[in-house]
Write a protein that binds this ligand. Structure first.
Ligand code: WTA
Length: 635
């Protein structure tokens, strides 16, 4: 599979049906791309004019402090003005904003009116607890509507949310709380997953013990099991929401376009989490435009982005962009295969989902169960499909296209990152597709594949993916660490002023981009982004481990799986029991997604003379490949 993923350009073309092209928001990609590139700022200004602002901007783009770019300078807005407030003034007030199904089968729906009211109530609760503009609120929850409400409520009052994915554990959560200095944390008692309860509140208790900066914990009752509630610190969400202060009207905080909206921690090359910062103005313009054009969102659609709101995909395309567009979104709490592998297909049929956006790992996982499961259901409501998170292997692409989309639904393979805020390289419905390629840059985006010196690579030559012009939803900084922002993204091609994506890629003779994978120590496991350093620090925090090195090894289902190599503390011997103990330890410290598939005990790790672990050598060994140039290896 890995081989096929990284294959050079294919001549296999898939053309969109005429009616898809004719009815699309953008029927001619080439023309719009060309037009946008002639005047990038004018292009984005026009897009921004489709949204509401309290005050219009004076300047579209300020480059004077590059790479600290500023967009829509002087503009005043609030993303919830566009996501909620404006809709309740129109017929959309009574349109469904969110349809939700819990894993046990319970259902909830929210019209725009109701979502607006619930958001206002919770915003008033937060204000009542002293949360002010600029304060950071950490959100650590399962996939429930209150998560969306909590995010919107923060945005409404100008607080900065930091959502931590519910699959992270104690230490990962504690680090993120600490870095953001959050005094308030919103969580659930638990979350349903595969019929079991994930005990989120227990994890919170331990994380807060490690990061005592948290003064208040608000707990949504979801699973209803017994949890510890600390007097004076922990409050039930439903109790607070029934207090007199929780009125359904709340004034929206007027924000500068460049005021922070959220921090989202993501993995980089060191163990320390990196808080990617996004702002109100540019982010709303970019996410709404990309969703509308790529997935061709119309009022009658039922949009399902099956990601977790705890990752950027959920922030941009479950919460903000669909609401800004006044769309109806669907959200599902649990596992795709619970109780049977037809759960997703059943819900598509039941809710009449028209667009499904998911990750290759989920597609491969469902493909394993065979065609009979989807074939039992009427999937004819679908009109577009999407993929994100890692390169999609052509085999999975074809299955998705044939068995799910019945060869009618073009697949939008969207390449982007936490840092980019929205889709960067992606087809529009009018673009002919090649399975495995994210195709072409979005209008207004200039990307290239370049060599070390910055020369454009020839067709099908491996190089580094760079973005050559700023875009409205670009990250503004790494929270609290502007130097890291500059060194991480802008130092490699400093002279040219290009953004380094951290991926390797190829461009074929048709200008189609084929993303290969990360060039740094970032792993994509089941589409989730993890740093080798995070897993390594999880391992060495166990008293029996002296040193650890972690690599990603290609896997048919998960894209990559984790192999770990550990040097034990002096005098200790490895055993199967210790392997289990260490896996369990990582599960607790970092999270289930970080658990290595294999742990090997070694006496020595390959290192450079300066002491850096040569993961490349470990990877070659694991794959039985030649180890390459070892001249820098410590003897
Ligand atoms: C990878 C997820 C190939 C890539 C939105 C990128 C992809 C990283 C694709 C960002 C795709 C994402 N094809 N690779 N369609 N989409 N990637 O921050 O390596 O979790 O740099 O954002 O995922 O992961 P992140």
């Amino acid at each position: 599979m890995a081989e096929e993923t990284y294959s050079p350009a294919t001549t296999e073309w898939y053309y969109p049906p005429d009616e898809v092209v004719e009815n699309a928001h953008v029927p001619d990609y080439e023309a719009v791309y060309k037009e946008a590139m002639q005047d990038i700022e004018g292009f984005w200004a026009k897009r921004a004019e489709t949204l509401d602002w309290y005050e219009k901007w004076d300047q579209v783009l300020d480059r004077s402090q590059a790479p600290f770019y500023k967009w829509f300078v002087g503009g005043k807005t609030n993303i919830t003005l566009n996501a909620l407030d404006r809709h309740v003034q129109t017929w959309r007030k009574n349109k469904l904003a969110l349809i939700w199904e819990g894993e046990p089968g319970d259902k909830k729906t929210f019209s725009y009116w109701r979502l607006w009211q619930e958001t206002n109530k919770f915003a008033n609760v937060l204000r009542g607890m002293g949360v002010k503009k600029g304060d950071r609120v950490t959100i650590y929850m399962g996939r429930v509507p209150e998560l969306v409400i909590a995010m919107l409520a923060c945005a409404k009052i100008g607080a900065i949310h930091s959502v931590v994915y519910g699959g992270f554990s104690e230490q990962a959560l504690a680090d993120r709380i600490e870095d953001a200095q959050s005094r308030v944390l919103v969580t659930c008692d638990g979350a349903w997953l595969r019929g079991d309860i994930v005990r989120l509140k227990d994890t919170v208790d331990e994380a807060v013990r490690r990061s005592p900066v948290v003064e208040t914990v608000i707990v949504v009752k979801r699973t209803g099991h017994e949890v510890n509630m600390e007097h004076g610190r922990d409050y039930w969400y439903h109790d607070l929401m029934s207090l007199p202060i929780a009125t359904p009207v709340c004034e929206t905080q007027v924000m500068n376009a460049e005021d922070p909206l959220f921090i989202l921690y993501t993995s980089g090359t060191t163990g320390k989490p990196k808080g990617v910062l996004h702002t109100h103005g540019g982010y709303q313009v970019y996410t709404a435009t990309t969703l509308q054009w790529v997935f061709d969102i119309k009022d009658e659609d039922r949009w399902w982005c099956a990601a977790d709101p705890g990752w950027i995909t959920g922030h941009s395309y479950i919460v903000y962009a669909p609401l800004i567009l006044g769309a109806t979104g669907f959200m599902y709490e649990g596992a795709p295969t619970y109780p049977y592998p037809n759960r997703w297909w059943k819900m598509i049929e039941e809710y009449g989902i028209t667009i499904l956006y998911t990750a290759p790992t989920a597609i491969r996982g469902l493909m394993r169960f065979g065609d009979a499961w989807p074939n039992r259901h009427d999937l004819s409501s679908l009109r577009l499909l999407g993929s994100v998170g890692e390169p999609i292997n052509p085999e999975a692409w074809r299955w998705y296209y044939k068995v799910i989309g019945k060869e009618r639904c073009p697949i939008m393979d969207t390449w982007w990152q936490t840092e980019t805020g929205g889709f960067m390289i992606t087809p529009l419905p009018s673009v002919p597709l090649k399975p495995g390629s994210a195709t072409r840059p979005f209008p207004g985006i200039e990307v290239d594949v370049v060599d070390e010196e910055g020369n454009s690579c020839g067709p099908n030559e491996d190089g580094k993916l760079v973005i050559k012009q700023p875009w409205p939803s670009m990250l503004r900084t790494v929270y609290g660490d502007p130097d890291r922002y500059v060194s991480q993204y802008w130092s490699e091609y400093k002279k040219q002023g290009w953004y380094l994506a951290g991926d390797s890629a190829r461009k074929d003779e048709d200008g189609y981009i084929w993303v290969i994978g990360r060039i740094d120590d970032v792993l994509k496991v089941s589409g989730y982004r993890l740093g080798t350093a995070e897993v390594e620090s999880g391992l060495v925090s166990h008293p029996k481990v002296a040193e650890a090195a972690v690599i990603g090894v290609p896997d048919e289902l998960k894209g990559n799986i984790i192999y770990a190599y550990c040097i034990l503390a002096a005098g200790l011997e490895g055993s199967d029991a210790l392997v289990d103990e260490l896996k369990n330890h990582v599960r607790h410290e970092v999270g289930p997604i970080a658990v290595p598939a294999r742990i090997e005990f070694v006496d020595k790790l390959p290192k450079t003379r300066s002491g850096k672990i040569m993961r490349r050598v470990l990877k070659a060994r694991a794959l039985g490949q030649p180890e390459g140039d070892l001249s820098t290896l410590e003897s």
